[in-house]
Ligand binder design. Structure first.
Ligand SMILES: [Zn+2]
Ligand SMILES: [Zn+2]
Length: 402
């Protein structure tokens, strides 16, 4: 069962984990057929008079007309900035797109509206932050859980970095638009959710091993969202309104959970670090990008497999400290051996996760996404350096065991 925004905020108020959960900037979250009417009413109520829409050609075609009609009905003035794709035909969140959006957004705009998937959101998130105006999220595909995040992963001078910007003030997503999204984007959204098997396990591990901040509510909300997707996999694979709604609600819930703790701990572990590593290599080679969720949905069973194959034998031989294992780290590992074992054994099996990804039409092997074996090998050894302060199991294996 998913929780409404109000329920989550109320649960957060009762959470005793010690972390501040007061900074949720999101005021409205609407998933439904009346999303655009509600968006227009919200703009009116907030007295936003001039909206700057940011979209690309595809997302404007998917949602633009019906959204613009509603804005006109409410006599809200708006401009549309169509972000141009690069030479590969991809819209990229890089300096070129950002300058285009900044140039085409009128100086007197009082709100920006991101109409699109993850990339359009990241461009708008950053541009609106720099223009010191709020932005509203209008997801056009259930493809990722980052719509509501604060951080904008941007590619600057060819290198991807996440820059802290701002979360949207509201989210309005029309289920008819979502249902028309390409199947690959639905599979990607599902992939970003199955990634929670390993991201949650890595987060828990980091908490046990390195006292990384932890919040049981954030953990539970994320787990609940994952479970909803797994329970409704048939509906999601069928692509009907019911399944798409479950998936979108789950992605939003995972996003809100991240906002509660102000970090991506719950939603991004080694499976995401591998994916980011591959993405950077693709950028270097100027290869066409692969959907984020396609990569993390594929890497999740790989990570489960590796963790079970390498860590379980280590737990079986706790008396033999491997060289050159740091003594303090080894002590921590031994102290937490029972919970770590229970967690590894309770992880979903890699075969089952692959079967789920196949069911929704996602990739299950690196080659299907153009990721070759030498790159996979290198990423196993180096991907954890992308987030050096996250004590994932991959970090532990690379820095202390192998
Ligand atoms: Zn993700
Ligand atoms: Zn908490």
């Amino acid at each position: 069962m998913k929780q409404s925004l109000e329920e989550i905020i109320s649960l957060a108020g009762q959470c005793r984990c010690g972390h501040c959960h007061d900074d949720i900037p999101i005021e409205r979250m609407v998933v439904g057929r009346d999303a655009f009417e509600q968006l227009a009413a919200y703009l009116r109520q907030k007295q936003y008079r001039k909206a700057a829409l940011v979209a690309d050609e595809r997302t404007l075609a998917a949602a633009g007309q019906s959204l613009c009609d509603k804005l006109e009905n409410e006599s809200i003035r708006y401009t549309v900035c169509l972000v141009q794709p690069d030479e590969n035909g991809d819209v990229i969140a890089d300096e070129r797109s950002i300058v285009q959006v900044l140039l085409e957004t009128p100086n007197d705009a009082d709100v920006m509206i991101a109409v699109g998937a993850g990339t359009i959101h990241d461009i708008t998130r950053f541009s609106s932050y720099k223009m010191k105006i709020p932005f509203i999220s209008v997801p056009t595909a259930p493809s990722v859980d980052g719509f509501t995040s604060m951080g904008a992963p941007l590619i600057v001078l060819g290198v991807k970095k996440t820059i802290q910007a701002q979360a949207p003030v509201a989210v309005f997503t029309h289920t008819d638009v979502l249902c028309q999204a390409p199947k690959a984007m639905v599979a990607a959204g599902f992939g970003d959710m199955v990634a929670k098997y390993t991201s949650l396990a890595d987060w828990q591990f980091a908490h046990w091993m390195a006292d990384e901040p932890h919040c049981p509510l954030v953990h539970q909300l994320t787990e609940q969202a994952l479970k909803a997707c797994v329970d409704h996999i048939e509906d999601i694979a069928a692509g009907g309104e019911r399944g798409i709604r479950v998936l979108m609600d789950a992605l939003l819930q995972s996003g809100i959970a991240m906002l509660l703790i102000g970090q991506s701990y719950s939603a991004s572990g080694a499976e995401h670090h591998l994916s980011h590593y591959w993405e950077m290599e693709f950028l270097r080679q100027n290869k066409r990008q692969v959907l984020h969720g396609a990569k993390v949905g594929m890497s999740t069973p790989m990570v489960i497999e590796r963790y079970q194959q390498v860590l379980l034998p280590l737990l079986d031989e706790l008396e033999k400290r491997p060289e050159p294992m740091d003594e303090a780290v080894w002590r921590r590992f031994k102290e937490n051996a029972a919970v770590i074992r229970a967690q590894l054994e309770s992880l979903q099996s890699p075969e089952r996760v692959r079967a789920m990804m196949e069911k929704v039409g996602g990739a299950v092997a690196p080659e299907q996404l153009g990721i070759d074996p030498p790159l996979v090998e290198r990423s196993w050894r180096e991907a954890h350096h992308l987030r050096p302060n996250r004590f994932t199991m991959l970090h532990f294996l690379n820095e202390f065991v192998l």
